[in-house]
Design a protein around this ligand. Sequence first.
Ligand code: ADP
Ligand code: MG
Length: 732
Amino acid sequence: MSSSLRFQMVGDAFKKQAIAVAAPAAATSDYYGKYVFDRKQMSKYLSKETMKALLKVIDQGEKLDRAIANEVAAGMKAWAMEMGVTHYTHWFQPLTDGTAEKHDSFIEYAGAPGSGIIEEFSGKLLAQQEPDASSFPSGGIRSTFEARGYSAWDPSSPAFIVDDTLCIPTVFISYTGEALDYKTPLLKALNAVDEAATAVCHYFDPSVKKVYSYLGWEQEYFLVDDGLYAARPDLLSTGRTLLGHASAKNQQLEDHYFGAIPARVQSFMKEVEYEGYKYGIPLKTRHNEVAPNQFELAPIFGETNLANDHNLLIMSIMQRVARKHGFRVLLHEKPFAGINGSGKHNNWSLGTDTGVGLLTPGKNPQENLQFVTFLVNILMAVYKYSPLLKASIMSAGNAHRLGANEAPPAIISAFLGSQISNVLDKLENATAEEAIVMEDKKRMTLGVAKIPEVLLDNTDRNRTSPFAFTGNRFEFRAVGSSANCAAAMIALNSAVAAQLKEFKATVDAKIQAGASTQTAIFEVIKQYIKESKPIRFDGNGYSDEWKTEAAARGLDCETSVPLIYDAYTKPEIVKMFESVGVLSERELHARNEVKWEIYTKKLQIEARVLGDLALNHIIPVATRYQSMLLDNVCKMQTAFGKEKAAELTVTDRTIIEELSMHISVIKTKVEEMVAARKVANKIESEREKAIAYHDTVIPFFDVIRYHADKLELLVDDSMWDMPKYRELLFIR
Ligand code: ADP
Ligand code: MG
């Protein structure tokens, strides 16, 4: 008896050829942003006055006038209808994964009901919508009987067209004004860091008016043939394999990394890029990653809010395009045990409206001093708020990448490299006069150490650090591949904003007390360098020694996801968020309820799927194989007599015993897991329930898997009905 589905899918997958993807006839720059209502389109469809007013809203955060909104809506509608659009939607980012949308057609009755239709799209519809959104998670802020949450236009991210629908990026808030999404607090955090950083810039350059936060994400993902995917109930329902013995060859040879991109994959990538360009997403790099069938794409960095919208959009484009090429995209952080997981490095920096990168050491010493000031403040923020940064990237999926049995650990530390570390060491031991030189009355420069202009040398790059300085930016590498980057960006930008505010207040107080600006800045920086030392670590972050050392330094080493979330509601974190006006205590508590709930639900689904797989797939197949062997043993006895048969069937009988043992352990463990789940499900508190899942349900996963994977090795390959790791990972 052969397992037909698996072999059919493997056979089909092998025969699939790359789909030819024709390059667009025009140069990329010609069709770039084709589906976006960007400044170019605005200037075509809006009057000069409207355009001017809208740009003030976008660039200077001015309030949106209803009359202006009406005119913008009219222009947008005209553009969209020329593009064949019939519907519109507010596109928002609920606290679940991904984005949400509810489409409405443009049509309205021209007059009385039944009087024929016209297309209508008013400023009111553009600016605000009330999706019946009672089933989006709100953590109790909005109970179902007052289900009104509404979405409101974010003019700083341009509208775009997907298929026949005009998508309007929006925030999503409750009727009482609390954030129910990621975008609302992100915009507030970006605003906060702008204000705080601009104020600090004024010590060095009074002409700075605005500071931008920049994000360059690197999206890692796996591709799996869609037929094989369909034959794996675990991939289908949970996005990861819950079972599966390692394949003999996996990533040991590292022959996949930067290797030639397979033809079918190359076609997929090309189409994703062409699509991405149409949405104004500046995709720059594509390559094979370390694990087999793992890949990465990354754009050129941009303003954080827009860059994040781009990331969310590209994740859905990838999923759509993959189907066409006979693939499924796996965005899960750990789809396969034993080989690399997927992350989404968040390259982050700050830059002024005058074009200066605040994390770029710069050519002249004046910029060097400004650079050091920001660098040290960021270190301080990471040091003080590291439990928050960790909470911001933690999820049921990412827990498999961080803090589980495999490296890297769930400990936040910052890598600076030897050159920058030297500069900080020198500063720490200098006097104010040595450290900061006054060029003239106003201009201060860094005196103590020269910062080399080119820091981007690859020898000094540490791949094991979760937060690494890489020459002109920090790379927050702990972010998970499926995450909304906003979670990490809200935490980081808020923390840095709060820290910069505190820095400014402390320096100003010293100046008030009579110190020179030079001395005041130096004293505070020096103290920060000393204080933030425990967070600096340039060694191997994947080593066991680091875990011990980090604990000794008093760094947060918690690995339980539900407990890691507690950071969000610690008094000092609540105070920090409130001090920069990003999230209130009520919002923070509500959002944690949602986080615990999502965590529990994910594990609940995984536990159910694992139980089903064990009982409906693994045990039946193993039992069939076992009875085949038993049949053989019996027939041997008939043929050769008891004594001789006993000798001849030693191996068979050993295997039968092993099969029995594994089957019975799996059965028992599944029963115990179900019982543990039942106990956990009865718990009221979302936090306690999540903790119960973490502490009492998860431990069964590994045990059940261990025995199921042993069975995979024992059972006749032709009977095994789920695609194996070698097939999932090497067929492309
Ligand atoms: P890696 O070697 O880590 O793969 P890449 O050169 O591919 O690095 O860049 C990763 C990302 O970092 C890209 O999106 C790139 O645009 C972005 N990046 C570069 N400089 C900055 C910066 N100053 N601020 C934010 N992101 C940046
Ligand atoms: Mg990188």
